[in-house]
Design a protein. Structure first.
Length: 133
């Protein structure tokens, strides 16, 4: 029997204002909006290349707690890229909020991070040792 193959993955992030969050991912991170659902909108999917992110409107008055506020330096989403320098330059030019600058990490990744409108930490990393990313 053959084993099923995972085709894509998508972190799910809560948003205080879904419309603004969808626009941020499109304008600042370069993710194409693939769909927005609900009236008023309460769920969206955005994608870039083979990566996706799902965005969900948080209930009114709900506190969104990014992972880094619970565990130091922990991301809400991590995207492997083939060229971290090019991605860094692009997102900086687009005006994304750079959380930490591009640099080599002790775990063999060239990496940088951004924050979205809800303070989620999003990392982009390029594997410097083949076979990880």
């Amino acid at each position: 029997m053959s084993q099923a193959k995972i085709l894509h993955q998508a972190p799910i992030l809560l948003a205080r204002d879904l419309t603004k969050t969808v626009a941020y991912w499109a304008e600042k991170v370069g993710f194409r909006t693939l769909g927005v659902w609900g009236e008023p909108p309460d769920f969206a999917i955005a994608g870039r290349d083979t990566a996706h992110v799902m965005l969900s409107q948080a209930p009114a008055g709900h506190d969104i707690v990014p992972y880094w506020r619970i565990t130091e330096k922990l991301w809400n989403a991590y995207f492997w890229v083939d060229d971290a320098r090019a991605m860094y330059a692009e997102l900086k030019e687009r005006g994304a909020h750079i959380d930490y600058e591009l640099g080599e990490k002790p775990y063999g990744v060239l990496e940088f991070g951004i924050q979205d409108l809800d303070d989620h930490d999003i990392a982009f990393g390029q594997d410097l040792k083949p076979g990880m990313g």
